[in-house]
Design a binder for this molecule. Structure first.
Ligand code: ATP
Length: 462
C-alpha cells in the first residue's frame, strides 16, 4: 500500500524551524501544555494531547470565541452537532467526489505521496524522500473512514467529520424554525474535526485530529459583498483584542487557482509562525453552494423567498473558520518572551534567561497563584484558605515548594497574571502582596478585599 505521508518530509520541514519552535515544544512538554499523543507507545504523527495547563489554555480560547460569537454578536446561534453524519452529507459537500480534495503528487519510484501545495511552497520538484520524479498533482480524499454497526462492509462505511461546517448546514432549517431567525443570522459551533493529512507537522499546526471554531453567517445574496468585509474586520479585531501582536497578523487573499470552485471570495488570516506566514483562520464567501447542494441531495428545500420580489433564492454563506489548536500554538508563540539575565533574582551567580508567557488574562490557564513565603503552618493555613476562596471564582494555583523566586518563575512560565504572597507580616496586618506578571509591580492588599480586587482586575470586559 502507498504511504500517505512521509516521516522524512516532516523532518525536513522541522529542520527549517528555528530555535523558537524547539523552545516552545520543550516548554509545552515540561510545563504540561501539550504532550505527544500515545507517547508511551512511541507517539502518533499529527496527534497531540493537552496537559493540565494546555487544556485550560485551549478551553479559554474556545470560550473567548464563544463569548465573541454568541454574546457579543446578536443573532448567532450555537449548535453542538455530531461527529458522525450520514455518508450522503459528504457526497453533497463534495468531499467524497473525485477532483475535490487536496491535490497530491506521488513519487514514481518509492510511491510516497506529498501535498502538492506543500511541495510548491518548499520549492521541491523531486521526491523529498528518494529524489525520484513526481507525478502530476492528483486529488485524494482526506476524510478519515470508519464503520458503524456490527458488519464492516461498504454499507456501514462512514466518515469522521472533516469539518464542523457540515453539521451546521444539516441543522439550518431546524435552527431557523426553533429560533424564528430570519436573514441575516449566523450558526456557529466548536468541535472536533479529522483529516487524514498527508504531511502533518510543525508541532500542532497541522494535525489529523483537531478542533474547529466555525461560524456560518447566512445572508441574502445582495448582502454578501457587505458582510464579507464586515466579518474580516470583526475577526481581525478579535485577535488584536486578545493581545496578538499586530505585526504578526495579516490577511492573505486566495489566489485564482487556490479558490474553491464554488467560492466567491476567500481570505486567510495568517500568523507569522517561526516557520513562516501560515493560515490560522479562513474567511470565505461560499456563495449558495452549501444550501443548494444539501437541498439537492437531501430533497429538503432549504431555499428562502425574497419578500420584495417573491422569488426563491438560496442564502449565501459568509464563513469564519478558525482552528483552536492552531490558535493555541499562535497564542503560545506570541506570548513567549525571554528575559536575558533574568529578572526575579538579584543573585548574580544564578541569573539566567527567564521565560514569561505574556498571555492576555482571559487566555491565561491560571489567573492567580497563591504562594506562602514559608512552609510554616501559620502561613500555609492562611494561603490555602485564600486559594480556596479565590478558586471559587478563578482558576487558582497553590504552591508552597521551593524558593519564592523559583515559584514566581514557574508561574511566569505558564503565564499566570497574578501571584499572591503570604508572609509573616500577613499575620499582623491581615494583608498579602499581589505581584503582577509583566510589570512585577507589587501591591499590598487586605485579605478581605482580595475578591473585589481581582474582580476589578480579571472580570472587566474590554
Ligand atoms: P490548510 O490549507 O492549512 O490545510 P485549510 O484551508 O484546509 O487549511 P480550512 O478547511 O479552511 O483549512 O479549515 C479552517 C481552519 O481549521 C484553519 O484555518 C485551521 O485553523 C484549522 N485547521 C484546518 N486543518 C487543520 C489541521 N490539519 N490541523 C489543525 N488545524 C487545522
Amino acid at each position: 500500500m502507498v504511504e500517505l505521508w512521509s516521516t522524512s518530509m516532516v523532518k525536513k520541514i522541522k529542520e527549517n524551524d528555528n530555535d523558537l519552535m524547539d523552545k516552545i515544544v520543550s516548554l509545552c512538554k515540561r510545563r504540561g501544555f501539550i504532550f505527544p499523543g500515545s507517547e508511551i507507545y512511541g507517539g502518533m504523527a499529527g496527534i497531540y494531547d493537552y496537559g493540565p495547563v494546555g487544556a485550560e489554555l485551549k478551553r479559554n480560547i474556545k470560550e473567548a470565541w464563544r463569548w465573541e460569537m454568541f454574546r457579543r454578536h446578536e443573532h448567532i446561534y450555537e449548535v453542538d452537532s455530531s461527529i458522525l453524519m450520514q455518508r450522503k452529507v459528504w457526497e453533497a459537500s463534495g468531499h467524497t467526489s473525485a477532483g475535490f480534495t487536496d491535490p497530491l503528487q506521488e513519487c514514481k519510484l518509492c510511491h510516497h505521496r506529498f501535498r502538492a501545495d506543500h511541495l510548491a511552497e518548499a520549492g521541491v520538484k523531486q521526491c523529498p524522500d528518494c529524489g525520484g520524479p513526481l507525478t502530476e498533482a492528483k486529488k485524494f480524499n482526506l476524510l478519515v473512514e470508519t464503520h458503524l454497526g456490527p458488519v464492516q462492509d461498504e454499507s456501514s462505511l462512514t466518515y469522521l467529520r472533516g469539518e464542523t461546517t457540515q453539521g451546521i448546514y444539516v441543522n439550518y432549517a431546524n435552527v431557523k424554525t426553533a429560533t424564528r431567525a430570519s436573514l441575516p443570522f449566523g450558526i456557529g459551533q466548536v468541535g472536533k474535526a479529522f483529516r487524514n493529512e498527508i504531511t502533518p507537522g510543525h508541532f500542532t499546526y497541522r494535525l489529523r485530529e483537531f478542533e474547529q471554531m466555525e461560524q456560518q453567517y447566512f445572508v441574502h445574496p445582495d448582502d454578501a459583498p457587505k458582510y464579507f468585509p464586515y466579518w474580516k474586520k470583526e475577526r481581525m479585531r478579535w485577535y488584536l483584542e486578545l493581545g496578538i501582536n499586530k505585526a504578526n497578523l495579516r490577511f492573505r487573499p486566495h489566489e485564482k487557482g487556490e479558490l474553491a470552485h464554488y467560492a466567491k471570495a476567500a481570505e486567510d488570516i495568517e500568523y507569522k509562525f517561526p516557520f513562516g506566514w501560515h493560515e490560522i483562520e479562513g474567511i470565505h464567501n461560499r456563495g449558495d453552494w452549501d444550501l443548494s447542494r444539501h437541498s439537492q441531495f437531501s430533497g429538503q428545500d432549504l431555499s428562502e423567498t425574497d419578500p420584495k420580489t417573491g422569488k426563491k433564492f438560496y442564502p449565501y454563506v459568509i464563513e469564519t473558520s478558525a482552528g483552536a489548536d492552531r490558535l493555541a500554538l499562535a497564542f503560545l508563540i506570541d506570548a513567549y518572551t525571554e528575559i536575558a539575565g533574568g529578572r526575579t533574582t538579584t543573585t548574580k551567580s544564578i541569573k539566567e534567561t527567564e521565560v514569561v508567557l505574556k498571555f492576555d488574562k482571559r487566555i491565561a490557564p491560571f489567573k492567580i497563584a497563591v504562594l506562602p513565603l514559608s512552609k510554616k503552618e501559620q502561613l500555609t493555613t492562611i494561603g490555602q484558605e485564600i486559594a480556596a476562596n479565590l478558586r471559587a471564582q478563578w482558576m487558582t494555583d497553590y504552591d508552597e515548594t521551593q524558593s519564592i523566586g523559583k515559584r514566581y518563575r514557574r508561574q511566569d512560565e505558564i503565564g499566570t497574571p497574578y501571584c499572591v504572597t503570604v508572609d509573616f507580616e500577613s499575620l499582623e496586618d491581615k494583608a498579602v502582596t499581589v505581584r503582577e506578571r509583566d510589570t512585577m509591580e507589587q501591591e499590598r492588599i487586605k485579605i478581605g478585599e482580595l475578591g473585589g480586587y481581582f474582580k476589578e482586575k480579571l472580570n472587566r470586559i474590554k
